[in-house]
Design a protein around this ligand. Structure first.
Ligand SMILES: C[S@@+](CC[C@H](N)C(=O)[O-])C[C@H]1O[C@@H](n2cnc3c(N)ncnc32)[C@H](O)[C@@H]1O
Length: 270
């Protein structure tokens, strides 16, 4: 089996990973044949999957520009993935050159590549940690060194929470993060849902099953269940909406039908 030189030691390249499958959908090159095979299998059920991922990245970039324009200079991106075109630090610094960005992911390939991309950057760093243990993230010396938790932060939970099952209590983890942030902080979130997918749910379920097979179940939540992640925060206009409808820069009607799958929104701590 191929083992590219960039693959970190110790990772099992025979098991597909969520971050490398996502990299493949976005046209990246940090994925293995097992990842591509799983991605293609999911696409047999939902051919528009890459369109959903592109709409998600586009939402993330608009939300980061919004946060930077609102005066936020600190970003905590949990589930940041493999760095690809238009990363948070690049987008934020185009608006706010001083922006500091802490990336967090539990996938070793995502962390290894972030380390390479961020080498020598004193205002951006990456931490290998798990969203399900928010205290370890908040109390880590790396996060404490980079992010002033007494000032507003933009917390990004973009396309990650649908990988956290209810038995792992994602609501408690997000509440702990929300509570720790200073007033004026923003929560930027997107999440998969059966709502909006231009296919009967039985067919979309085939793609969801692929993630179950690779032991990274995709938890599709309703709009109502996704809205609960923002508890106590005020929703920024236009609220929790399909991704292309969140402060669009081009006509949402021109977007592919698949990109309206799932929801995205930004909340603000009063
Ligand atoms: C679909 S990617 C999203 C990447 C990026 N946020 C974006 O939207 O472009 C999901 C990422 O979340 C990471 N992830 C999933 N569960 C996680 C957890 N419990 N803790 C930390 N990272 C996690 C995966 O490794 C993957 O890199």
């Amino acid at each position: 089996m191929e083992r590219p030189a960039w693959a970190p030691r110790g990772i099992d390249i025979s098991v597909p990973s969520v971050s490398r499958i996502y990299d493949f959908y976005l046209g990246g090159s940090h994925n293995f044949e097992v990842d591509r095979e799983a991605a293609r299998r999911a696409m047999e059920f939902m051919p528009g999957l890459p369109k959903i991922m592109q709409a998600n990245r586009a939402f993330m970039r608009r939300a980061v520009r919004f946060a930077a324009a609102e005066g936020i200079t600190q970003f905590l991106d949990i589930g940041s993935g493999i760095p690809t075109f238009g990363s948070v630090h690049e987008v934020a610094r185009a608006v706010s050159p001083e922006a500091r960005v802490m990336y967090v992911d539990h996938d070793p390939v995502a962390v290894a590549h972030s380390e390479v991309v961020l080498a020598g950057d004193e205002r951006a760093d990456v931490l290998a940690a798990d969203l399900r243990k928010p205290r370890e993230i908040l109390d880590s010396p790396q996060v404490r060194g980079l992010i002033d938790q007494n000032r507003p932060v933009a917390l990004l939970l973009v396309a990650i929470l649908h990988f956290v099952e209810d038995m792992d209590d994602p609501y408690a983890a997000v509440a702990e993060l929300r509570d720790s942030l200073a007033p004026g902080s923003l929560l930027v979130l997107s999440h998969a849902s059966y709502e909006g997918i231009p296919l009967p749910p039985e067919r979309a379920e085939g793609a969801v099953d692929v993630y179950k097979d690779i032991r990274n179940p995709l938890v599709m939540r309703s709009r109502e269940a996704i809205a609960r992640f923002f508890e106590g925060y005020d929703m920024v206009e236009p609220g929790l909406v399909p991704m292309p409808r969140w402060r669009p820069e081009t006509a949402p009607e021109d977007e592919d039908a698949y990109s309206f799958s799932g929801f995205a929104g930004v909340g603000r701590k009063a």
